[in-house]
Design a protein around this ligand. Sequence first.
Ligand code: NFS
Ligand code: SF4
Length: 635
Amino acid sequence: MNTEDMSVNPAVQQMAEKAKRDDVETVWDRYEQQQPQCGFGELGICCRNCLQGPCRINPFGEPSHGICGISADGIVARNFLRFSAGGAATHADHAFETVEMLSKTAEGSVPYEIADPAKLKAVAAKLGVPTRGKSVKRLAADVAKVAFEDFAPGKETMRWLTANAPEERVNVWREAGILPKDPDLEIRRVMHQTSMGVDADYTNMVLAAMKMGLVDAYSGLQLGCDVQDIVFGTPKPVKTQANLGVLDEDKVNIIVHGHVPFLSEKIVEWARKLEGEAKKAGAKGIKIAGMCCTGNEVLMRKGIPSAGNFLAQEFAIITGAVDLMVVDVQCVMPSLAQVASCYHTKLVTTHEIGKIPGAEHMPFNAETADEDAQRIVRMGIEAYKKRNLSRVEIPDIRQEMWGGFSVEAIEEIFGCLNSDKSENPLKPLVDAITSGQITGVAAVLGCNNTRFKHDSMITRIAERLLQENILVLTGGCAAHSLGNTGMMCPEGTEKYAGESLRKVLEAAGQAAGLGAAVPPVLHIGSCVDNSRVGALLTNLAAAANLDIKDLPVAASAPELAHEKSVAIGNWCVALGVFTHIGMAPFVGGGREVTRMLTSEMEKLVGGKYYVEPDPDKAADTIIAHIKAKRSALGI
Ligand code: NFS
Ligand code: SF4
């Protein structure tokens, strides 16, 4: 494959050339080896849920049923539901880990502190946990207890759901029968429901998939994000840099990759403390760069530069300048061990469920977080000494990028435009939308996927939306893509935003004392932080006195790949949001399932999926949707 066809990012293209010269196999070589990919799988009409299979359906005739008698729609819905449960499980498990950490932090048995007592109080207040007269640690323990109860049986639904979702939505979900009881029960139930000889009713299973979206959102995203803000701080606007050029030839380069920030925060801390040792080893210091969602976490709170996203991970190592890459869970390519073995790079796995043959496994424990992080940073310094300078080539490409746009930060910034400070802080944003200065709000989120030229869909769609004066929120891998293009800094406002959007962003930047315009694409964080999109839409709807489903807003995961992105998509639909995805999540072989997801759901919950692999067509439709919502509101 031509390197220009792999990515729109010139730094990745340059490294793809180097990979060829260095004779390193990459994701794109394996992609080609997989062609043509199985058509049955792509349509979602193969089943191996029992040992009589695998069964597959002929989309054009016979066989039209599996051996047990299940229909194409039944198989498709069952696969889609299991896929959604996979996503919900990863986020719920991630969040559970953060709650364990919060509880241990409150006990004082781990070397972490509550960085944001104000957020702790705000979370407690929204849960109805009394705060008065309690010490920070006592309150943290009480909040952790409520969180643990959310995983336990015996209630109508999770407290994190009722505390965060608008009441109107909770009623809609109850009515539709998709209100989840607790994450562990619901995920277990889906495994049961989708086993052979249980559910054959596609409607029932599509609804259960929506329920998985709510599990994902409120026992995963919102819970994880709240706890991480409490322990590490709620993000505030921060300026940093993006792209492979952030790696530093003169320093020990350590990349933090994965998802759970407890490890990466400690690595950042110890990299600073061990600078002296790096200097003794002949380096000018230690450079930490972030990858994927862990990268977003440390970018949002610590201003750590972004090295890249999912499809850039191998190419970072191919620079020959990465001394150590440390990973935990999710979206870590097993191929990293192979790529690292072609250079001096040390690959370290740290999580008991995320081991990779060929990598060094160094268990990371909360109790010994400081010792573990020190050891890992020192391993990086050791590896630096073995760096082969003749193999080093760092693309001279980096871009200013801003992050840190939590809902709190967004409200603070736009609230500065209020002349009466007692007004709702989102009123200026609502006014700008009502007057048409801002056409609407769209969240461009999600992964990379080898089905698309790396970052091409994400960047083109965002560019088109900005031209139409639509304010863009981003997170996950999409944030790295848009950061690299320069859409996430004040110059991006000048270059990419439509005129009336630009004026609002300039005024807000000035009023808030940022010293520059607010970027037109706001970085809300990792994929767990997608809860911030839900929270912002909830607050916007409240400020406008409307339901979310009536707002001129949309969501898009143009290059979705992971099961998580589908679980999140299901939540967006259930929230009442028009949700674009770049490909059908293996449901094309079920005509009725497809119809439900892309049309029927709208009648039930107000949102629906829209599938379109062409970025310009997708942008046209998203823009038309937002404009139609405006007309319906008479604005
Ligand atoms: Ni989100 Fe983060 Fe990226 Fe997709 Fe993976 S890193 S949690 S799943 S690939 S955006
Ligand atoms: Fe075939 Fe039914 Fe078994 Fe699936 S569950 S493999 S369709 S017999």
